[in-house]
Design a protein around this ligand. Structure first.
Ligand SMILES: C[S@@+](CC[C@H](N)C(=O)[O-])C[C@H]1O[C@@H](n2cnc3c(N)ncnc32)[C@H](O)[C@@H]1O
Length: 287
């Protein structure tokens, strides 16, 4: 797994773009209407996010956000008083976020294109690093967490959302239901019915390429089951995994939100859930 593969995926599939119709598609590059629709969808679907952000005091803190997507939380952090800078691997996300900040006249420091594996800022620069839905997509997490530690001031804070291992989505939907559905659909992979859904078709094509048994291996199936079947890499976390992978940090707080486990018919937005798919963690940099 190399970073170029991860970068091409996110450049071609900017986070959430297709769900609201596509900035360069249905919105025909009307950035303001696109951002308005995207944020309305996002904070309806993931209505817990503002309250999670409010657990941290951002005011006047020097904040680096890693992995920007459409910049929805970038705006939220700036509106909460952060002295914000942003970093993303892809030019597509960087261009979109720069446009959002300009159109909405949001004060900020800098937006740069680059990788969490080589953060283009000097040592001891930030009070807080924020990263929502990103670090679980980085294969070399050991290097990424060391880089985050390097750019944080001593005792600085990392606030991150990681996919949760102890979640309904992982333990039931991904591990059991989706694998069973795929195994059942595999013999029908050339039929019109199996090819009528994009998602099922892509899974079946993946399985055909590497062999069904290998494709259903839990680790590799997880990569393909969080952000669509073309996503090259994802892992899940519980507190033990966090302590193992973020060894330059102390775990201060962790909690789960967002009970969401397609195709199971459950979706709970705002409140906490021990089985929620999103594991929010606060970590303090060790000295
Ligand atoms: C799933 S999206 C999350 C975006 C946003 N934070 C959100 O929650 O919608 C992942 C983002 O992280 C970026 N990304 C992935 N790997 C990265 C890396 N190594 N360094 C910086 N950004 C990265 C991708 O380009 C993409 O914009």
């Amino acid at each position: 797994m190399n970073e170029t593969e991860v970068q091409s995926f996110w450049n071609a599939h900017p986070c959430g773009d297709h769900i609201v119709g596509g900035l360069h598609g249905a919105f025909a590059d009307d950035y303001e209407s696109f951002f308005a629709s995207y944020d309305a969808w996002r904070y309806d679907q993931e209505g817990h996010i503002p309250a999670c952000l409010d657990r941290t005091d951002w005011r006047d803190k020097k904040v680096l956000e890693i992995g920007l997507g459409q910049g929805a939380e970038s705006e939220q952090l700036i509106r909460r008083g952060a002295r914000w800078s942003g970093l993303d691997l892809t030019s597509e996300s960087v261009d979109r976020v720069k446009a959002r900040l300009a159109i909405r006249d949001l004060p900020h420091d800098e937006v740069r294109q680059g990788s969490a594996l080589e953060i283009p800022w000097p040592d001891d620069t930030f009070d807080i690093v924020f990263s929502h839905g990103v670090l679980h997509h980085i294969p070399d997490i050991a290097t990424a967490q060391a880089e985050i530690h390097r750019v944080l001031k001593p005792g600085g804070t990392l606030v991150a959302m990681l996919y949760a291992r102890s979640s309904l989505n992982y333990q039931v939907s991904i591990r059991v239901v989706r694998r069973a559905v795929l195994a059942a659909a595999y013999p029908l992979r050339r039929t019109k019915l199996a090819r009528s859904s994009d998602m099922l078709r892509q899974h079946l094509d993946n399985a055909q390429r590497v062999g069904l048994r290998r494709y259903l291996n839990l680790e590799s199936f997880t990569h393909r089951s969080t952000d669509g079947p073309l996503n090259p890499f994802a892992r899940v976390y519980d507190e033990g995994d966090v302590r193992r992978d973020f060894r330059d940090f102390e775990l201060v707080e962790s909690y789960q939100r967002y009970l969401h486990a397609p195709p199971l018919p459950v979706h709970r937005r705002g409140d906490g859930s021990k089985l929620g798919w999103h594991l929010w963690v606060t970590l303090r940099a060790r000295s």
